[in-house]
Design a protein around this ligand. Structure first.
Ligand SMILES: C[S@@+](CC[C@H](N)C(=O)[O-])C[C@H]1O[C@@H](n2cnc3c(N)ncnc32)[C@H](O)[C@@H]1O
Length: 195
């Protein structure tokens, strides 16, 4: 399985944002929506065996399973509506226990450390960073968990936690990309490696 964690520093953790203003009122919710699309969708299909976690302001984690989702379309507004529905359930979430929102979408009150701790120990954590090891020289493991940041760099406290869990930091090239673009490249590298 391919897994992605997108760390959002600004996205709203309450459902009271306008679907008409995802960048402003949503606190750059548009970035998360594009990451969901890039990780789970291909042309006319959903990628099998992909999971994405959205970590919002180090307080709320939304998990989306490609094999179980329904009603997922590529437009940001549709994806944002599913995130909004999940956030409506957040008040019912107790501790780190997940609550199901819509099919394949779950919400919990997890922070970065509790999220990383909850992931299957057989997985290999890799965070994507512009000063990491060159991806061209890297052999990807079979159960990778890629960790990306939003429009901000990882904070120093996040990097401290990541270094405890992640075996490697990978750089995808000399150009600073949007997080969803980085996800597309990672999928492509893995598709080629596994072809
Ligand atoms: C828009 S970038 C983060 C902010 C960016 N560093 C800046 O200065 O504006 C979003 C995320 O995509 C990933 N990313 C972007 N370009 C990358 C690259 N060349 N190599 C590895 N990861 C990259 C990283 O996880 C990064 O945190």
């Amino acid at each position: 399985m391919r897994q992605f964690i997108v760390v959002s520093h600004t996205a709203k953790i309450t459902p009271d944002f306008s679907l008409n203003d995802l960048p402003g009122d949503g606190g750059r919710m548009d970035i998360l929506c594009r990451c969901v699309g890039a990780s789970l969708l291909t042309s006319h299909a959903i990628r099998p065996n992909v999971r994405i976690y959205l970590l919002l302001q180090d307080q709320i984690t939304i998990r989306i399973e490609s094999s179980k989702t329904r009603y997922l379309h590529p437009d940001e507004r549709c994806i944002a509506a599913l995130i909004k529905k999940a956030l409506e359930k957040a008040a019912d979430a107790v501790g780190q226990i997940e609550i199901k929102s819509t099919p394949g979408i779950y919400i919990s009150k997890r922070n970065l450390r509790s999220l990383l701790t909850s992931i299957d120990p057989g997985a290999t954590f890799i965070y994507l960073n512009e000063d990491g090891f060159p991806s061209q020289k890297f052999t990807f493991p079979s159960e990778p968990v890629f960790i990306l940041s939003d429009h901000h760099n990882f904070s120093s406290s996040e990097l401290d936690i990541l270094k405890e869990y992640a075996q490697t930091a990978i750089n995808l090239g000399p150009v600073s990309l949007h997080a969803d673009q980085a996800i597309t490249i990672v999928h492509n590298l893995l598709d080629v490696q596994n072809a």
